[in-house]
Design a protein around this ligand. Structure first.
Ligand code: CMC
Length: 388
């Protein structure tokens, strides 16, 4: 007979083998291809990390130059993506909803992306997807605030180019502040991959049907949109705003313990210890606040963390701050509207999704097709409408 395991949320199921990212949740360890996240955050750049995730090794100087060149010259999006798709949305459309749709729409612009057995072709689509994310993201933002679209400036680096597309014209002489571009690049490194989270599992699930990478990545982005996943950074800011002052922190925490709501930015399926990304982000926050001034919500967040880490409810359940607890405070201080936070997560996560896609293609796995436990009615006869 069949022995299936009933595990609806996959808490006990390894759905793949993977050589990309290693998490030791008990000890708060995260490594990409063996390299500790702390070292990568300090010494590497997002594009180098993207290369590492996808190809498995750090690039040589020549490989890196070619990679950066290829990414840089695919930053433009087809005019129709912007004019027909993005500008067709309702004026107050959520930029993450727009982004999910735009990624899916790209599959129709690159129909040869379906040729997934061709390795050169896979490389081309990989480059396109990574390169176009900042352009799409900024275009979604500009549309949602009613500002004209800014074309990529390929004389700029990846992150500075994104900041320029976000803020130029609003400030005509805009030059990306080096410290802010560097901080954002660090956040991109931290968000680039996180093994088999909901979005990445979705990427692999869809791609296992041999769907093209744009359609698969749109599904992954849709999963990321949810408040339990990438939407948590946005939810943290809304929560901090609602708390409003340090004086309300204790009563808010009591409400969480009574089950009124979740403490957003706390807890993780895998980490039962401090999320190592949250630790690095706290340092990055200091660098950013030195330029932008302190985010007034920071004191509430710090107090909340202090209270929660002392409290038995959180201690016994091993709930610690995760990556999203502080990232929103940084994005907000940099001037990003709250609606853009999950978009900012999606930009670098694209490289992780694509690393998993490449790995899956090389594993030659069957279509992912879980089983179910049927718990519905047994056989019964149809009753005509008039007789019910
Ligand atoms: N606030 C209060 N209680 C919590 C929280 C929280 N944030 N997270 C978990 N718990 C409780 C939960 O109610 C349960 O209690 P009990 O045993 O009494 O029923 C216990 O802790 C175990 O939690 P769980 O629901 O089994 O954990 P999970 O692995 O299913 O959920 C999670 C993980 C991240 C969805 C959850 O912790 C959560 O909803 N956190 C808030 C949202 C958030 O910050 N998400 C970002 C995650 S990191 C970035 C990303 O993935 O995008």
């Amino acid at each position: 007979g069949n022995t299936w395991f009933y595990d609806p949320a996959y808490t006990q199921t390894a759905a793949t083998s993977s050589a990309i990212t290693e998490i030791d949740g008990e000890n708060g360890i995260l490594r990409y291809r063996g390299y500790p996240i702390e070292e990568l955050a300090e010494k590497s750049s997002y594009l180098e990390v993207a290369y590492l995730l996808i190809f498995g090794e750090l690039p040589t100087e020549d490989q890196f130059a070619e990679w950066v060149h290829d990414i840089t010259y695919h930053t433009f999006i087809h005019e129709n993506v912007r004019k027909r798709f993005l500008e067709g949305f309702h004026h107050d459309a959520h930029p993450m909803g727009m982004l999910v749709s735009a990624i899916a729409a790209l599959s129709t612009f690159y129909p040869n992306a379906k040729e997934i057995d061709d390795e050169d072709n896979r490389y081309r689509q990989t480059v396109r997807l990574i390169a176009k994310m900042p352009t799409l993201a900024a275009a979604c933002h500009r549309f949602s605030v009613g500002q004209p679209f800014v074309y990529p400036d390929n004389s700029l680096g990846f992150t500075a180019n994104f900041l320029s597309m976000m803020w130029k014209i609003a400030e005509p002489r805009y030059d990306a502040n080096y410290a802010l571009a560097h901080a954002l690049d660090t956040l991109f490194i931290l968000h680039a991959d996180h093994e088999l989270n909901c979005g990445t599992a979705t990427m692999r699930m869809i791609a296992s049907s041999n769907s093209d990478p744009y359609s698969s990545a749109a599904g992954a982005a849709a999963a990321l949109y949810g408040p339990r996943h990438g939407g948590a950074n946005e939810a943290v800011i809304r929560m901090l705003n609602r708390i409003g002052s340090i004086d309300n922190v204790n009563s808010f925490v009591e409400g969480v313990k009574n089950g009124d709501e979740k403490l957003m930015g706390f807890g993780h399926r895998v980490y039962k210890n401090y999320d190592p990304r949250a630790r690095i982000i706290k340092q990055t926050a200091d660098e950013v606040f030195a330029v932008t001034g302190k985010n007034p919500l920071l004191d509430i967040a710090l107090k909340l963390e202090e209270v929660a880490l002392e409290d038995d409810y959180f201690k016994s359940r091993k709930l610690y701050p995760n990556v999203d607890f502080y990232s929103g405070l940084i994005y907000q201080a940099m001037g990003f509207p709250t609606e853009m936070f999950t978009v900012l997560f999606a930009i670098p996560r694209m490289s992780g999704w694509l690393a998993h896609w490449k790995e899956l293609m090389e594993q030659d796995q069957k279509i992912a097709r879980p089983r179910q436990l049927y718990v519905g009615a047994g056989e019964r006869s149809f009753v005509e409408l008039g007789d019910r």
